[in-house]
Design a protein around this ligand. Structure first.
Ligand code: ADP
Ligand code: MG
Length: 248
């Protein structure tokens, strides 16, 4: 089982990239589990026909500690297993706690042993990499980390912080940064800006994803691009990302 974490600033395109990646991996024949680690809890929406699934935290709040895997793991597009950690009501409690509680619950219920995914992908908000948000790169949860960024200053700033956090744990034999996924926002000199960032943080542009309106068109239809139009150029870009990640 391979465990991958996709980090990046809020709104940068992590969930879009991750859900298309999961869909692409499922097309390649892999059993994938995608775990949303963002209080927004919309990571898996485009794999679930545009619907929000109940979060682990919500289900635990509602039903107490005694819950089943089927309450929190949902089968989406092409058999992709979808989980959302969730988060507390804003202003009440720490968002990262939701991730910790969700991970503990998945472990207690032996989610990986029961579903036996080939690949687990964590889609993690990376604006601050503390507490729960650093869980996927600690304790052996994810081995490979990819950071999604555009050439926008704030997303590169977040990428740099995430890279620092990953390096903090690297020496202890945990996750390592495999590369940057450049999700283009078409800012001036974008590729050069992100390449410069890569030089600074000793990483590389692992994959380039252009901006394309088919992403939003698919999203409005509750779908990934892979589901919406498998033959499109954008779908082949996500398929290539999937192939590259499995061959790492
Ligand atoms: P995050 O998970 O990082 O918060 P999302 O994946 O929800 O971000 O993406 C934010 C918005 O950007 C979404 O509306 C999505 O459709 C759009 N988006 C992401 N990537 C692309 C792209 N390559 N081309 C066009 N739109 C994109
Ligand atoms: Mg998201």
């Amino acid at each position: 089982m391979r465990k991958i974490a996709i980090y990046g600033k809020g709104g940068i395109g992590k969930s879009t990239t991750t859900s298309n990646l999961s869909a692409a991996l499922s097309q390649l024949g892999y059993k994938v589990m995608q775990i949303g680690c963002d209080p927004k809890a919309d990571s898996t929406k485009n794999l679930m026909k545009g619907k929000f699934i109940p979060t682990v935290l919500d289900v635990m709040n509602e039903k107490g500690d005694d819950i089943d895997l089927k309450d929190i793991v949902f089968e989406g597009y092409n058999g992709v297993l979808c989980v959302e950690a969730g988060g507390p009501t804003p202003g009440v409690g720490c968002a990262g706690r939701g991730i910790i509680a969700a991970f503990e619950k998945l472990e207690e219920l032996e989610a990986f042993e029961v579903y036996k995914p080939d690949i687990v992908i964590y889609d993690v908000l990376g604006d601050v990499v503390c507490g729960g948000f650093s869980m996927p790169i600690r304790n052996g949860y994810a081995k490979d980390v990819y950071i999604v960024t555009s050439g926008e200053m704030m997303s590169m700033y977040a990428a740099s912080n995430i890279s620092t956090a990953v390096n903090q744990f690297k020496s202890r034999g945990y996750a390592s940064l495999k590369g940057i996924i450049l999700n283009a926002k078409n800012v001036d000199g974008e590729v050069e800006l992100v390449e410069n960032l890569c030089n600074e943080i000793n990483s590389n542009v692992f994959h380039y994803i252009p901006r394309n309106q088919i992403v939003q068109i698919s999203e409005n239809d509750g779908k990934t691009v892979i589901e919406k139009d498998k033959e499109s150029e954008m779908a082949s870009i996500y398929m290539n990302l999937a192939r590259k990640i499995v061959s790492e």
